[in-house]
Design a protein around this ligand. Structure first.
Ligand code: GDP
Ligand code: MG
Length: 152
């Protein structure tokens, strides 16, 4: 199963439950979730590819204005499927062309477009590692095995 990174952005955190319902209904498995407040440095690193864009400082201020919910989503062709459910980057375009999409329903402006999705499998791998650097395949099981071994 392919994995992708989803982020519920600060303006849509109040709608996180409803968005998670849409994610489940669309057939994704939420395999990891973590609510974090990004520092400016972390947001700038995450969005480094946009550092020379005119909207960069607005984007960084917005993404650090409150907590975000990062999630690893799993599904067949998850990257493409999540971008489709997300809708276009522009909220105006989303409302016009894809009114049922997450950005159409919960986006409030070009910057505050409710959620993020990785744009390729390569980006997904990098972005998942950015938010979940400590996560291995079976972290709890290996922890229990280690403890059981010591207790014996
Ligand atoms: P995404 O992959 O669909 O999120 O779009 P991009 O990677 O191109 O841009 C990253 C984020 O920057 C977007 O999700 C928006 O929050 C913001 N952004 C992108 N383009 C614009 C723009 O033209 N104006 C403004 N204000 N924000 C933008
Ligand atoms: Mg992008």
């Amino acid at each position: 199963m392919e994995k992708t990174l989803a982020i519920i952005k600060p303006n849509a955190i109040a709608n996180a439950e409803e968005i998670e319902k849409m994610i489940i209904k669309d057939g994704f498995t939420i395999v990891q979730r973590r609510r974090v407040l990004l520092s400016k440095e972390q947001a700038m690193e995450f969005y480094a590819e946009h550092r020379d864009k005119p909207f960069f400082s607005d984007l960084i201020n917005f993404m650090t204005s409150g907590p975000v919910l990062a999630m690893v989503l799993s599904k067949d062709r998850a990257v493409r499927a999540w971008r489709r459910l997300l809708g276009p980057t522009s909220v105006a375009a989303a409302i016009k062309k894809h009114p049922d999409s997450i950005r159409a329903r919960f986006g409030s402006s070009d910057t505050e477009n409710a959620a993020h999705g990785s744009d390729s499998a390569e980006s997904a791998e990098r972005e998942i590692r950015f938010f979940f650097p400590d996560v291995t395949l079976y972290p709890i099981l290996s922890g229990m095995e280690a403890r059981d071994f010591v207790d014996d």
